[in-house]
Design a protein around this ligand. Structure first.
Ligand SMILES: *Cc1c(COP(=O)(O)O)cnc(C)c1O
Length: 225
C-alpha cells in the first residue's frame, strides 16, 4: 500500500519550493524533478496539476505500474526521469516510458540503452563519496563514460549525483567537483540536490533538484520488491 498524498498540500509545497529556488538562484533557472517513489499514481497527478512535468522514479516495476494507471493525456505531459539503480535487463521494459535516464553509471548500461533507445537522453551518475551501497561511477570514470555514450549516439545532457546524507560540507565539495566536470565536458545539466541538501546543491550550481519527501511527505518504508 502506498501513502496517499494531499494534492492541495503538494501544490503548496511546489509553489514554496519554486519561490525558495528563485531566491537561492535569482540568475539561473533551477528546475524541479518531483520524485514519486513510494507513493501511488496520485503523486505524479498532483505534481502535474501543479505544473511540474518532470517526474522521477527509482524502481522499474513501480514506474511501469504508475504509467499504466495514467490517462493518455497525462502520459503525454509527463517526462519520466529514471533515478534508481538499474539492471540491464530492466531497460527493455522502460524504453517506451522513460524520457531521461539519469542513473547511467557503467558501460553495459550505456550499451543497452543505446541499443534499445537510440539517441536517448542520459545523464552519467557519479558516486562522489564512493560509498559502495550508492549507485554511480567513480569520478575518475566520468569523462570516459560520457565519451562512450556520445560515441554510441546517446544525447548526454548532464551529470547526476547524490550528496552525503547528513554531511553538508562533504556534499558541498562533492557537488562542486561534479559541476566542474560537467563544465569541462560541456554538459548543461547538473542534477544535484534533494530535499535535505538542495540549498548546498543550488549554491554549487545545480540546474535540477530531485525532490520527494519535501513535496509529498514521508515515504512508507520500502518492503519486499
Ligand atoms: C529518493 C531520491 C530522491 C528524492 O529524495 P528526497 O529525500 O525524498 O527528496 C532524489 N534522488 C534520488 C536518486 C533518489 O533516490
Amino acid at each position: 500500500m502506498s501513502t496517499p498524498v494531499n494534492p492541495q498540500l503538494v501544490s503548496e509545497n511546489i509553489h514554496d519550493l519554486q519561490d525558495r529556488l528563485a531566491r537561492l538562484s535569482p540568475d539561473r533557472d533551477v528546475r524541479i524533478v518531483a520524485v514519486t517513489k513510494g507513493f501511488g499514481v496520485d503523486a505524479p497527478r498532483a505534481a502535474l496539476a501543479a505544473g511540474i512535468t518532470m517526474i522521477g522514479e527509482n524502481y522499474a516495476q513501480e514506474l511501469v505500474a504508475k504509467h499504466e494507471e495514467l490517462s493518455s493525456e497525462e502520459r503525454e505531459r509527463i517526462e519520466w526521469h529514471f533515478l534508481g539503480r538499474l539492471q540491464r535487463n530492466k531497460v527493455r521494459s522502460l524504453v517506451s516510458i522513460v524520457s531521461v535516464w539519469q542513473s547511467v553509471d557503467r558501460v553495459e548500461l550505456i550499451d543497452e540503452i543505446a541499443r534499445r533507445a537510440p539517441g536517448a537522453k542520459v545523464m552519467i551518475q557519479l558516486n562522489l563519496s564512493e560509498e559502495p551501497q550508492k549507485g554511480g561511477a567513480p569520478l575518475s570514470e566520468g569523462a570516459a563514460l560520457v565519451a562512450h555514450a556520445r560515441d554510441l549516439g546517446l544525447d548526454v545532457v548532464g551529470l547526476m549525483g547524490v550528496g552525503t546524507a547528513g554531511d553538508a560540507a562533504d556534499s558541498s565539495v562533492a557537488f562542486g567537483t561534479l559541476v566542474a566536470l560537467a563544465e569541462e565536458l560541456g554538459l548543461p545539466e547538473r542534477s544535484i540536490g534533494m530535499s535535505d541538501d538542495l540549498e548546498v546543491a543550488v549554491g554549487q550550481g545545480s540546474t535540477m533538484v530531485r525532490v520527494g519527501t519535501g513535496l509529498f511527505g514521508a515515504r512508507a518504508p520500502r518492503t519486499g520488491v
